[in-house]
Design a protein around this ligand. Structure first.
Ligand code: KDO
Length: 336
């Protein structure tokens, strides 16, 4: 029997040995380099779009080489509202969800879709960074298969109309085609404000305002600026009807696959992104009225108490209120 190894067998032997030696290294690499696809309808210039770069840059420093962070703006990866299902299925790793997205699956969350419940950004942060947030985020994880990493302040929603109109009370919005995002929870808010709500995706609002298929929209002032709605509208009415939050979420499919240290790194990057967004947005909200006036818009203040009374009573009489756990509204009101 020849002791010579045939060149073919020898080549195979080399390949097997090389693979065996290389596999553990490859495995570690595959496990630790996580793809982080982020999808948002936000426009590039808005703070909750720019905050994702803050998250990416921090992760690239603290967890170098471990995350491949890919940011998709303008709803270019998933359309607005499709993100929760995409994350639950593991087709998307990260996004911001709204209280409206969450309320569809966790009905108690509809309390945060109700106008005039949260008082201001500070109240919002205290509610969600305290025990109420902890309890509700647990349900979000169980029912939606996503983990909330950080709440953010999206801003205080104001009315923004195509034509100048004397708006003092909800009765003055009768017949106004007010664009709202497309879900029944959003449409209810538009109705509670006294308008005729019209569903439309965020990306179509500019054209809708320009062509007149809608009479107005509602969004926080920084978004009215960054999405350039002020170019195609003539009035902002400071109803301040919803102090709106968003939630930086990660799919549990990814989250449960991370090591303890990676979890800390990702959460801390999300918190840095949230802080960046909140600081800039709050500062902007204080300065933007002057900007819009300079752009020729009429900025008016309605009878906010009249709006508050009408909107609050619409919610309290609605089926939404029946899903609010006993005592939750009082606990929110008492959070200081
Ligand atoms: C909007 O469509 O009006 C809205 O403000 C709803 C929010 O929940 C959020 O989806 C936001 O759009 C987008 O992030 C775009 O700013």
């Amino acid at each position: 029997m020849s002791l010579k190894v045939s060149p073919l067998l020898y080549r195979r032997h080399l390949l097997v040995t090389a693979l065996a030696a290389g596999l553990p290294a490859l495995n570690t690499l595959a496990q630790s380099r996580q793809t982080l696809r982020i999808s948002t309808p936000a426009v590039p210039d808005d703070w909750h779009a720019r905050m994702w770069t803050v998250l990416k840059e921090q992760l690239d420093k603290t967890a170098a080489g471990q995350f491949d962070t890919q940011i998709h703006l303008n709803a270019s990866l998933f359309k607005q509202g499709a993100e929760p299902v995409a994350m639950a299925r593991g087709n998307l790793e990260m996004s911001t969800l709204s209280a409206f997205d969450i309320a569809k699956i966790v009905p108690a969350f509809s309390i945060f879709t109700a106008g005039y419940v949260i008082r201001d950004p500070d109240h919002l942060m205290k509610v969600f960074n305290g025990p109420i947030g902890t309890e509700l985020f647990r349900q979000v994880s169980e029912k939606m298969d996503v983990t909330v990493l950080a709440p953010i302040y999206y801003g205080t929603r104001q009315l923004n109309l195509r034509e100048v109109r004397n708006v003092k009370t909800p009765a003055d919005l009768k017949g106004v085609k007010l664009r709202m995002p497309g879900s029944k929870e959003w449409l209810f808010l538009g109705e509670a404000l006294g308008a005729t709500p019209t569903p439309l995706a965020f990306g179509e609002v500019y054209l809708g305002l320009k062509t007149g298929t809608i009479d107005g929209q509602d969004n926080p002032l920084p978004t009215v600026r960054s999405a350039k709605f002020y170019e195609v509208t003539r009035q902002i009415t400071l109803t301040s009807h919803l102090v709106d939050g968003l939630f930086i979420c990660v799919s549990n499919k990814l989250w449960n696959n991370l090591g303890a240290e990676q979890k800390v790194q990702l959460k801390s990057a999300a918190m840095a992104a949230a802080n960046f967004n909140n600081e800039n947005r709050i500062r902007d909200e204080q300065q933007l009225v002057a900007f819009f006036k300079q752009e020729g818009l009429s900025v008016t203040t309605p009878d906010v108490d009249a709006f508050r009374k009408t909107v609050q009573s619409a919610y309290l009489q609605s089926d939404y209120a029946k899903t609010w756990p006993a005592g939750l509204l009082e606990r929110i009101n008492n959070t200081r």
